[in-house]
Design a protein around this ligand. Structure first.
Ligand SMILES: Nc1ncnc2c1ncn2[C@@H]1O[C@H](COP(=O)(O)OP(=O)(O)OP(=O)(O)O)[C@@H](O)[C@H]1O
Ligand SMILES: [Mg+2]
Length: 264
């Protein structure tokens, strides 16, 4: 297949497809969690991925990061086939993710958790360098004062920021955020929004899996909607928010809340 259907960057602009999925399916026994999914993400985009519980959002992250080998289909990242490749290989190509269920090593210090992520993805030559990289990303995520604490002692908001620091420590080109704001209060979400904007400003391509429409509207220029493993909409955020199928599949029960939360 053509790994880069849009050709080389035009005039130096970041318009290249960084991630391309072609007809990707993931079957779990009788359940088709991803059904012939085709999409692409351009370099530098901030894209929202929404859909009801069980739509296949986390499964998408798992097939892209090598946790799952898709039942069929092709995944190309930065010009290389990555479907079925081991998670550490995919990480080394520049794909990082956060976990919906935050899972630090609770007895390791916060710094050690981030250093472990840096070592996993390669690019650091030693433990000492991994610790330096960890401190840099902890400061970026506002966790510098927590570096020596056991990871398990952090609040939920702290653990979510630790997930971001771990993701960034692998120096990703693409960062997949799986409900990084779930369970946070309004002030913590505003803080997370600033952090997401700062990550995007570094040129890292972002995919945000989000149930909070406020976050989607403020952060994402484009939204993908998954429903029962199928991509039912893909377009500019404001257009998607008005799409009848989306409203029926997903926004219906959340719409009033979303309008209140996002001021749309
Ligand atoms: N490892 C697995 N084995 C079997 N079934 C799975 C597995 N992982 C996910 N599923 C099923 O696949 C479907 C999609 O799950 P997935 O976790 O991707 O949904 P989701 O969109 O992330 O939902 P949520 O919003 O609740 O996080 C669900 O029906 C789920 O039960
Ligand atoms: Mg999920």
């Amino acid at each position: 297949m053509d790994a880069d259907p849009d050709g080389p960057p035009a005039g130096g602009e970041a318009v290249r497809s960084l991630l391309v999925l072609e007809n990707v399916s993931q079957r779990f026994g009788g359940l088709l969690a991803l059904d012939e999914l085709s999409l692409s993400l351009k370099q530098g985009e901030v894209v929202g991925l929404i859909g009801p519980n069980g739509a296949g959002k986390t499964t998408f992250v798992n097939v892209v990061t090598g946790v799952l080998k898709p039942t069929s289909g092709v995944i190309v990242f930065d010009g290389h086939r990555i479907d079925g490749k081991r998670p550490d290989r995919v990480a080394r190509r520049g794909v990082a993710r956060t976990f919906q269920i935050v899972q630090p090593f609770p007895h390791l210090r916060v710094r050690e958790n981030v250093a472990a992520a840096a070592l996993f993805a390669g690019g650091v030559a030693s433990q000492a360098e991994a610790s330096r990289v960890a401190d840099e990303h902890l400061a970026f995520c506002g966790l510098e004062r927590d570096a020596d604490k056991p990871a398990g002692s952090l609040s939920l908001a702290g653990r979510k920021r630790l997930e971001l620091a771990k993701g960034l420590a692998s120096k990703p080109k693409l960062l997949l955020l799986d409900e990084v704001n779930a369970g946070l209060n309004a002030a913590e979400i505003d803080e997370a929004l600033r952090l997401i904007a700062a990550i995007a400003a570094r040129g890292i391509t972002l995919l945000l899996i989000e149930h909070l429409m406020k976050v989607v509207v403020q952060s994402c220029s484009r939204v993908l909607v998954l429903h029962q493993g199928r991509l039912i909409a893909d377009g500019p955020t404001q257009e998607i928010m008005r799409d009848e199928d989306v409203i029926e599949a997903y926004l219906g029960r959340r719409y009033a809340e979303a309008q209140r939360g996002a001021g749309i």
